[in-house]
Design a protein around this ligand. Structure first.
Ligand code: DQQ
Length: 468
């Protein structure tokens, strides 16, 4: 059986992980908390796990940071939230869950983020705002503004759609409701429906714009992550543009962001499984943290995304290719370079092709194969998974979304393959995360391909990556 467990992505030693939480840099170290069930590889009994890294690549998994307290408002789980530096006091704002009720809670640490004491006055907001029929009231984004603390809480308003509700506080413990920061009614122009509820909001300034990231949820289905860029005025966010943050939909879900000491807006997301619960339980683990990505605003106001350069320390053996013509129907361009833990950077020239790209996890017989496609004709980035596995029980639907700016006939792909995880970013604009579960040990082949006419690889670098 193939080993689907990633080697250089963060995941806890065993059991269930979902959302990244409480991202913060403290005395130079990056802290990554995460939604964690320490007892099984299934959701439930949610604690906060905790990992720390000095370089964004190698992580030490520490002891559990938050556990549900029996009889309290978080008895049913310590759900998602964020971390802030309250004048030198590390502080978590998280969602307490009990018997279907969700409410904001607070905890602080006196020992450098290792152990956490829950605020005796929890919940810090006992009830959601009156007069609103809400679909949910959970997950927190907190920032400083005009000498006060501001907080956005993920929610949904019946008949209106997803919403982020805005609060203000002087001390992080007593909060005043100010109204919605943004609602689904403001996203009518979106290509995609923006759902009944917005989970895991992240709100921040980027360049001369503001960005609101939310995870779109409808009736228990985790849909996709939406990124809105716009303006923030009079305590209201006005989205000007809304896009999927990743075309893998639920495979890049519940992301959180943080500002690091180099001024970078860093982001991690939860990479869900695409195999049945029974397979997850049998494996003893479920859920992977994405590689850290950096968000930027381009000069023309577009959201740009890239993998952090620190990941280069993982690089081992390299294959470098220049000016290679790819002929439709031909194979074997990278026949000496297979693997399951790879980084590939490639500059593609369209030539006369309708589609071109990379082949991953290919069995020599072609029985199992995954393709990363630049669809020049349709201006799309695609992950073709329909033949990725012979296992009929894993998700093998194709994934894809718009890849603008192909007019010049060039595309840059930056790809990470880590056993079952594929993360790819095209032209620093379009990201796509997915899972593939090949069954055959020899499904490790790599190649280039073209369809509809010859294409060209201007340069390609492939590295075997080390485990963390
Ligand atoms: N996961 C958490 C919630 C959040 C959801 C519970 C998103 O706080 O809304 O584990 O995946």
């Amino acid at each position: 059986m193939n080993n689907h467990r990633p080697a250089y992505h963060f995941l806890p030693p065993s059991n269930w992980m979902n959302d990244p939480n409480g991202l913060i840099q403290w005395e130079g170290q990056y802290h990554l908390f995460y939604q964690y069930n320490p007892y099984a590889a299934v959701p439930g009994n949610i604690h906060w796990g905790h990992a720390v890294s000095a370089d964004l690549v190698h992580w030490a998994d520490l002891s559990i940071a938050l556990s549900p307290t029996p009889g309290s408002v978080d008895a049913g789980g310590c759900w998602s939230g964020c971390a802030v530096d309250d004048g030198g006091l590390p502080t978590l704002i998280y969602t307490g869950f009990r018997d279907g009720v969700q409410c904001p809670c607070l905890a602080t640490s006196q020992d450098g983020l290792l152990t956490w004491e829950k605020y005796p006055g929890n919940p810090i907001i006992p009830n959601p705002p009156e007069g609103l029929e809400l679909v949910g009231f959970r997950d927190h984004t907190v920032w400083r503004e005009d000498g006060a603390w501001m907080m956005g809480i993920g929610s949904g308003i019946a008949g209106v759609g997803g919403a982020v509700l805005l609060y203000r506080s002087g001390d992080l413990r007593r909060w005043e409701y100010l109204g919605p920061l943004c609602t689904g009614a403001q996203t009518q122009d979106s290509r995609e429906p923006t759902g009944a509820m917005w989970e895991c909001p992240s709100f921040f300034a980027l360049g001369d714009r503001h960005v609101l990231i939310v995870s779109v949820w409808t009736e228990g289905i985790t849909g996709y992550t939406a990124a809105m860029t716009g303006t923030y005025q009079d305590r209201r966010f006005n989205p000007m543009k809304i896009d999927k943050l990743d075309y893998g939909n639920h495979y890049f879900y519940a992301p959180q962001t943080m500002l690091d000491d180099r001024g970078r807006r860093l982001m991690w997301g939860w990479i869900q499984e695409g195999r049945p619960v029974t397979a997850q339980v049998a494996a003893g683990w479920s859920g992977v943290m994405s590689l850290p990505r950096e968000l930027r605003l381009s000069e023309d106001g577009e959201l740009e995304v890239s993998f952090v350069p620190e990941l280069a320390v993982l690089r081992g053996d390299n294959v470098h290719i220049e000016d290679l013509d790819i002929i439709p129907g031909m194979e074997g361009y990278l026949s000496n370079a297979g693997g399951e833990t790879l980084e590939i950077q490639v500059d593609l020239l369209r030539g006369a092709a309708a589609q071109s790209g990379l082949v991953l996890r290919r069995h020599p017989s072609g029985e199992e194969v995954t393709r990363v496609v630049v669809n020049w004709q349709a201006e799309r980035l695609e992950l073709i998974r329909r033949h990725s596995s012979l296992d009929p029980d894993v998700d093998r639907t194709d994934l894809g979304g718009p890849l603008p700016g192909l007019g010049g006939g060039m595309a840059h792909l930056h790809l990470y393959l880590d056993h079952s995880v594929v993360e790819v970013i095209a032209n620093d604009r379009s990201a796509l995360t997915g899972r593939v579960y090949p069954t055959l040990p020899q499904s490790i082949g790599i190649d280039c391909f073209a369809v509809g006419g010859p294409a060209r690889v201007k340069t390609l670098d492939l590295w075997q990556l080390k485990s963390i």
